[in-house]
Design a protein around this ligand. Structure first.
Ligand SMILES: [Zn+2]
Length: 269
């Protein structure tokens, strides 16, 4: 690397390099890490911005969707001028404006049982920034089978949750939620309200968790579920132990390969 660009990097990341326990080593780890963010929406926007700003140089973005007006209260990677564009393209443009040195790989695809393994296998850490249960189970099972650390986040209404899963070391997603909800239990997906700041908080925390997994700094939220209550501006933790009879990581697992679910939301009356 040319001396000039090395100097620029030191300057760009100087405020984090001087942190105790981070240093040039931490920066180098971010530079070589490969992080996949699945979903470039409400959670993915802040997660991607902060990863890019921090110098996570190899970033994959998965999103099959295009931008609509009702996305813009929370999906801050996308601007009014981007309406109708692919979210992956819009995200890439903003992130390269912020940090031109990034390598960004775009996947304008819907992840499914046939393609997910190939996509995930290219990355060291996976951030699940999706908004529906079928893909959430697919991602968590696939990360477990492939030994990939997974940062789960979700936000609905005024509430958000966060959990970090390290396969083989921590409880898995199915230790907490063994099976997906029944058809018709979940609210109508497209009608769920959401305040942008809630996805902002959870998406930022997902990026923070990824940085901790990559650098080894601090403690992740594995083995505990972090719950954010936006109306009280408070966090609480729920203990999340490993379940002996977990269908995925338990003593006698019944799930031994990827499963694709179809879960219907509650029908709008
Ligand atoms: Zn488990």
């Amino acid at each position: 690397m040319a001396a000039d660009s090395l100097d620029q990097d030191v300057l760009r990341y100087s405020r984090q390099i001087i942190l105790d326990g981070f240093g040039k080593d931490g920066q180098e780890k971010l530079k070589t890490a490969r992080v996949l963010v699945i979903g470039a929406g409400g959670l993915g926007s802040p997660a991607l911005y902060y990863l890019a700003a921090a110098g996570v140089s190899n970033i994959g973005i998965v999103d099959f969707d295009t931008i609509t007006l009702s996305n813009l209260n929370r999906q801050i990677l996308h601007f009014t001028e981007d309406l109708g564009k692919k979210k992956t393209d819009s995200a890439e443009k903003k992130l390269l404006n912020l940090n031109p040195g990034l390598n960004i790989e775009k996947y304008h695809d819907r992840l499914n049982i046939d393609n997910i393994e190939e996509v995930i296998s290219n990355y060291d850490v996976i951030i699940d920034a999706t908004d529906n249960f079928p893909v959430r189970y697919l991602i968590s099972d696939c990360c477990y089978f492939n030994g990939k650390p997974l940062i789960e986040g979700a936000a609905v209404g005024f509430d958000g949750i966060l959990m970090t899963i390290i396969p083989g070391q921590t409880p898995c997603y199915r230790c907490l939620y063994p099976e997906p909800p029944q058809n018709g239990v979940m609210p109508t997906c497209s009608d769920s309200g959401i305040l942008g700041m809630v996805t902002g908080v959870i998406g930022s925390l997902q990026a923070l968790e990824a940085v901790k997994v990559i650098t080894g700094m601090g403690q992740t939220v594995s083995g505990r579920l972090l719950i954010f209550d936006a109306l009280r501006s408070s966090f609480r933790e729920v203990n999340w132990p490993k379940r002996d009879h977990c269908p995925l990581c338990g003593d006698e697992p019944k799930i031994r390969e990827l499963v694709e679910y179809e879960i219907k939301c509650k029908v709008k009356l």
